[in-house]
Write a protein that binds this ligand. Structure first.
Ligand code: ATP
Ligand code: MG
Length: 790
């Protein structure tokens, strides 16, 4: 049934209602966290459909994460059913991929293009820099990549970069940029920044293309507008237009929502200028302010207001709520990061026991991804269900990347970076020299690397020795064979299986004695599972009759290899949350598990219980912000984001000592803790007493004393341990670890490892453990072992 007008507006306040119903001129909604901006956006879409007779196909909504996109689509499906599929709801990147697939030919690319992520980008830039004889010590590939990315975010093309270069660095960057871009084209690939920049180029250079989209999308809505960069802003402008074009098509209706205090992507070129200048960019614009917060308690809001108020040059705004003060913020000072994690785990357990929160109500935030490990270890040990959001790590693993590179070559033979990655993986006798000969040949003949490989097969490359030529022939045949598997219409998972099998990749890992290789096999199994689920998910979308929603040339065929690769590429985008991670309930929270994530990832989300961890100067705010007011302001906005995710309870914690690179380090309290009004915080535990075995207490050897302070089993630490450990499951009193060959362990100093040998018994028991990069170490298993079995 069509929702009635009143249903859509009833539970909105007057300002929200105005934003939902406003028609005609461009609309900006600016407001603090939790004031219903996203709700307004979603509701506006519903209103357009229900009350203004807009067809879903005329709507384009842009969100910052795939997860938000999925949520928005879901809510709209609830309203209009499967018609919602005709609407475009996506991130900027996904939206551009869709346009570029459809229009690739116009840019002289093929629609099977690859998407290079930051790792591929770095590889290609390394190759380019080497070929241009650029000294990697003076200009690291990473630095060049950052500069090129910045240029792209500013929509500066290679030629302009060359013309504008004013110093040595800029000239070098420009030189690399030109060649890098040429090779991307040749490889039929776009990098992440290209997705935006080239779409803008497309719309600006080809008026008929722009007109097609202008006719099609009559409503463009953008969430988190404060995090758009110049390229994205221009893209929005090109899409909607600012005045009627020659064909007499009026600009599309634009609605953007955002909060300057939550701008946390300056490192990607995001600029709050886009919010501040909205009325200048779109002269007839209307601005709506929202002030009432519906998410958090007054205590949490006061904390957020107090922290963000320290930032200079901001427009003051005060958030208020009528939901009452609620609980105080709980503070905790831990001895070390393990103690901190134990505290968090203990609190979660206690809240669950008392029935005050489900696991799915809880989120644990940290500043950087590597901080998740300690939490994971303790959660695993206690059997506390959790999920780390990020999705990046898995796809960054070598074996996963190798397999994806094979798939990419199969989908797009011109993908040089992927092709060169797997050329000799597993080893098949195509050495560096042979690779260099082929690359040079390709360069000279102005053909792609793939074409040069075929040349080698036909004996066209005189410098190649016969043995290499033979190996290359074998490789090309292998790819052809695998190509046939793809052609036969096999499921992605089966293609993957074929690659694992026929390349000998899996066999090589299985035969290896390196324990790391065993976990690589597991990861590959996981990748096959991901691919299977992908196909199943697609089948689900198609419905029982196998009918698919509206075929669209911008979208690769559902379930196909390109569709899979596209999904994986966009998931791997550093801060996006996987969209279709099954098991999500309507709130977007995984049923029954605690969510762990970085603050960046948490943007736009909300949880009844939030743990803000690692509030230490040097961690949060991040080290590189300490001496830099601009960066510090950005970190403070991040703190504001963290605090305002909490609905009912907020915890903040810090650790006196934290290991960095295997060395314990003293960290002072985060300045953001001092900025929380004292009366709002109930400090559950302040700095530990000097007898607690903390930093430097035993004979001048801080390392020995602190590595495992709280778990050492020494009497001095026991009172604290028990008082902060409500679960009392005895894990802190580890006397001896029973280990077997093959067990996985996590050592406080050496990190993750695998047991490769066990010797002796009882008090003389030792284990030899392979810690990968940290080497093999033989350890006693009795006493206070700073290590846990996973
Ligand atoms: P952020 O800045 O963090 O992205 P936001 O401004 O987008 O926040 P929403 O996520 O849209 O805020 O809303 C915050 C919470 O308040 C949500 O749970 C939402 O359902 C609720 N909410 C918003 N407006 C109202 C309202 N008028 N009545 C009741 N609840 C509301
Ligand atoms: Mg929002």
């Amino acid at each position: 049934a069509k929702p009635r007008h009143s249903d859509l507006l009833d539970d909105l306040n007057p300002a929200q209602r105005e934003a939902v119903t406003h028609a005609g001129s461009p609309l900006l909604v600016v407001a603090g966290a939790g004031s219903g901006k996203t709700r307004v956006l979603t509701r506006r879409i519903a209103y357009l459909l229900a009350e203004r007779d807009v067809h879903p196909g005329q709507i384009m909504a842009i969100t910052f994460t795939n997860k938000a996109a999925a949520e928005m689509r879901e809510r709209v499906s609830d309203l209009v059913g499967r018609r919602a599929n005709a609407m475009w709801v996506s991130t900027f990147h996904s939206m551009c991929v869709r346009i570029l697939r459809r229009e690739a030919k116009t840019l002289e690319m093929s629609s099977s293009f690859s998407i290079y992520d930051s790792d591929d980008t770095k590889r290609l830039i390394t190759l380019v820099a080497r070929d241009l004889d650029i000294d990697p010590k003076r200009y690291a590939a990473r630095t060049l990549a950052v500069h090129i990315s910045n240029l792209k975010n500013e929509l500066i093309d290679p030629e302009t970069a060359v013309a504008d270069a004013g110093n040595d660095l800029e000239r070098r960057v420009a030189e690399v940029y030109v060649e890098y871009q040429r090779r991307l084209n040749q490889a039929n690939a776009f990098d992440f920044d290209d997705l935006i920049m080239r779409t803008v180029e497309l719309l600006q250079t080809f008026p008929d293309v722009a007109e097609y989209y202008r006719r099609r999308f009559r409503h463009v809505l953008v969430d988190e507008y404060q995090d758009t960069n110049h390229a994205q802003y221009t893209l929005v402008r090109e899409l909607v237009g600012t005045e009627a074009n020659e064909a007499g098509i009026e600009p599309a209706e634009l609605c953007v929502v955002g909060d300057a205090d939550q701008s946390i992507y300056a490192f990607r070129g995001a600029t709050i200028r886009n919010i501040e200048e909205f009325e200048r960019d779109f002269p007839s614009a209307r601005t709506v302010l929202l002030e009432q917060n519906y998410r958090s308690t007054q205590t949490i809001l006061n904390a957020a207001n107090a922290v963000i108020a320290r930032n200079p040059n901001r427009r003051a705004k005060r958030l208020w709520t009528d939901s009452g003060d609620g609980e105080k913020i709980v503070g905790y000072v831990a001895d070390n990061e393990h103690d901190e994690a134990a505290f968090v785990a203990g609190e979660i357990d206690a809240l669950a026991d008392k029935g005050e929160a489900d696991y799915s109500d809880v989120a644990v935030f940290y500043r950087t991804n590597n901080q998740s490990r300690v939490f994971e270890e303790i959660f695993i040990r206690l059997g506390l269900p959790y999920k780390v959001v990020g999705g990046v790590r898995f796809y960054e693993r070598r074996e996963v990347r190798d397999m994806l590179a094979y798939l990419r070559v199969l989908a797009n033979p011109e993908d040089t970076v992927s092709l060169r990655r797997v050329l000799n993986v597993p080893k098949r006798g195509i050495g560096d020299r042979a690779e260099a000969v082929i690359a040079t040949y390709a360069e000279r003949e102005r053909i792609s690397f793939a074409q040069a490989l075929r040349g080698a097969v036909n004996g066209e490359i005189p410098l190649l020795n016969p043995r290499s030529a033979k190996a290359i022939t074998g490789f090309v045949e292998l790819l052809d064979e695998l190509g046939e598997v793809v052609e036969s219409g096999a499921e992605v998972a089966d293609v993957l299986e074929a690659v694992l099998e026929r390349t000998g990749y899996r066999a090589e890992l299985e035969e290896s004695d390196d324990p790391q290789d065993a976990s690589r096999v597991e990861n590959l199994t996981e990748l096959v599972t991901v691919a299977r689920e992908f196909t199943e998910f697609t089948a689900e979308v198609a419905g029982p009759d196998g009918e698919l929603p509206e075929a669209d040339p911008g979208v690769p065929e559902p379930g196909s290899l390109p569709a899979f690769l596209e999904r994986v590429s966009l998931v791997a985008d550093a801060d996006s949350i996987p969209a279709a991670d099954g098991g999500d309930d309507g709130d977007g929270h995984d049923a029954g598990v605690v969510t762990l994530m970085t603050v960046h990832t948490a943007k736009g989300l909300e949880y009844p219980v939030v743990f803000g961890t690692g509030w230490e100067d040097g961690i949060f705010p991040h080290m590189r912000a300490l001496g830099d007011p601009t960066e510090l302001a950005e970190e403070r906005r991040l703190a504001y984001v963290a605090i305002t995710r909490a609905r009912k309870r907020l915890y903040v914690s810090r650790s006196m000592v934290r290991s960095a690179w295997g060395q314990p380090q003293m960290n002072p309290a985060s300045r953001f803790l001092d900025e929380l009004p004292a009366e709002l915080v109930d400090w559950r535990r302040l700095a530990p007493s000097s007898s607690s075995g903390g930093f430097g207490s035993s004979g001048g050897s801080p390392r020995a004393a602190t590595t495992w302070g709280s778990r050492g089993g020494g009497s001095s630490s026991s009172s604290r341990s028990t008082s902060t450990s409500p679960f009392g499951k005895g894990w802190k009193d580890t006397v001896a670890l029973k280990l077997d060959v093959g067990d996985r362990v996590s050592h406080d100093k050496y990190g993750l490892g695998t047991v490769v040998a066990c010797d002796g018994a009882g008090p003389r028991a030792t284990a030899t453990i392979d810690f990968g990069a940290a080497g093999k170490v033989r350890l006693m298993l009795i006493g206070s072992v700073p290590m846990v079995k996973l």
